[in-house]
Write a protein that binds this ligand. Structure first.
Ligand code: AMP
Length: 118
C-alpha cells in the first residue's frame, strides 16, 4: 500500500491551508464541490483520516470511520435530492484507476442521466 503523502491537496483542504467550496462536514467526512465538475452535481467526499485510497480505507480504517463516512455519503446524496432519481459514485484508485489525488475520495455525481459507466 502506498504511503500517505501529507502534502496532497486534500490534506491541505482538510487542515484549512487551502479553501474549498464546502457542502458538508461532520466528525468522519468533509465534502466539497469538485473544481472541475463533470455533472450538474459533482461533490467530492473525503474521510477525515489519512487514507490513500478506498483500498487503504477498507483495509485500515475503523468500523466507526467506515460507517460514518458512508453515512455521510448517503446523507449528502439525500440533501442534494439525488437519492430518488439516482446518482453515481466513483472512487478512482491508483495508476490504472486514474487517481490524481492520493487521499481517498468518493466522487458523487448526479443531476442528470449519466449514461453508460465509461
Ligand atoms: P481523482 O482523479 O479521482 O483523484 O480526482 C481528483 C478530483 O479532484 C478531480 O475531479 C479534480 O477536479 C478535483 N480537484 C482537484 N483539486 C481540487 C480542489 N482544490 N477543489 C476541488 N476539487 C479539486
Amino acid at each position: 500500500m502506498a504511503t500517505y503523502d501529507e502534502g496532497n491537496i486534500f490534506a491541505k483542504i482538510l487542515c484549512g491551508e487551502i479553501p474549498c467550496d464546502k457542502v458538508y462536514e461532520d466528525d468522519y467526512a468533509l465534502a466539497f464541490n469538485d473544481i472541475n465538475p463533470q455533472a450538474p452535481v459533482h461533490i467530492l467526499v473525503i474521510p477525515k483520516g489519512k487514507y490513500v485510497s478506498i483500498a487503504d480505507f477498507g483495509a485500515q480504517a475503523t468500523s466507526e470511520e467506515i460507517t460514518g463516512f458512508y453515512r455521510a455519503v448517503a446523507q449528502i446524496a439525500e440533501e442534494h435530492s439525488l437519492s430518488e432519481g439516482g446518482f453515481r459514485t466513483i472512487a478512482n484508485t491508483g495508476l490504472n484507476g486514474g487517481q490524481e489525488v492520493p487521499h481517498f475520495h468518493v466522487h458523487l455525481l448526479g443531476g442528470r442521466a449519466l449514461g453508460p459507466m465509461l
